[in-house]
Design a protein around this ligand. Sequence first.
Ligand code: CTP
Length: 396
Amino acid sequence: MKGKKILIAASGSIAAYKIPILARFCIKAGAEVKVVLTPSAATFVSPLVLSTLTKNEVLVEMASGNSWANHVALGRWADVMLIAPASCNTIAKMAHGLCDNLLLSVYLSSVCPVLIAPAMDEDMWHHPATQKNMKTITSFGHTIIPAEHGELASGLIGMGRMAEPESLFNHLMTFFQESQQLSGYSALVTAGPTFENLDPVRFIGNYSTGKMGIAIAEALAGKGCNVQLVLGPTHLRASHSNITTTNVVSAHQMYKICSDLFPSMNIAVMSAAIADYTPNEVSAVKIKKRENDFTISLKKTDDILKHLGSIKKNGQLLIGFALESNNEKEYALGKLKEKNADAIVLNSLNDQGAGFSHDTNKISIFEKNGKETKYELKTKNEVARDIAEKIIELLG
Ligand code: CTP
């Protein structure tokens, strides 16, 4: 933990009394700690105690006197933000993007991974609104440090007690260890659709949003990998300082960039939905409406995965995707062999919640050695983490 920058953000809950102990553990382990509190948290734990322990000013208000707390700078300063305790109210506001205090504005402007330790009474924890909000914040890719069963502030015994300082500290340690797992590695990731122009206003495309590929890029980056993301046309963006994005439009542009980048990469994950065919001719002017029937002549695009498979060197790991609607396993295994990939991630259109435009996905991974791993239906961020874990396993 030496030299790591930890931002602890505490909201209003009695569990805030555990934060000075956690801050001390982190400082003793060599980390630099800054703390932000909601005004309500400041009634449970003294900013003076925390600023004395951390040797940093503890911020509570967006502005005081003539000075303004720079929430963007704080969000960018941290290697990790730990929201603990995360009260029911703060979780609800995070889920909906509300920004009515300093803690929330730091959270919304943070670019680092976020860990969340909920704390509340059992009935509030089990309320469908809280469970829905928890699902929403989990889908943002944050890590949840589970609430525990035990004595609550109400005197009742039940779920909702925030993890103890030792446990929070261990989660931070694990986070830093995992964030180094792929340090020194580089990965090429393709994501999104490609658009093949017909004329200045029309194209042939597909419904891919790039969500799965962006999540994979972020999962690898979160493990310390340097990622080159080659992204087809989409409104989505990747956010991690280890990711460099190159935006492309057509299959041919994607082919050129991937061919240039691949030789210097350790890993390539081809999750883009690349057009298999492109128009033989692109009209320089808008095509006018004429006869009843209109025929477009198409030619095959370069198969990028197959090309990378043909130039792959020993030690390089190449992962492809297969989206199938029938004979799924047979087609996936065919692609694995034909394209000389090390593994193929299969999505079946027959699985509810899998494929394009969903927030979830259900995958199976087929490896060259014949091994098949099946996964449950999960959010795309969770699926991306599974794929990153599999990559670490395949790298040995
Ligand atoms: N792929 C590629 N270049 C293409 C087409 C596909 O690199 N021109 C990659 C995809 O990114 C994916 C894998 O090949 O990793 C399989 O893509 P998919 O569309 O499922 O299969 P195709 O090989 O295109 O075959 P088909 O469409 O007939 O299933």
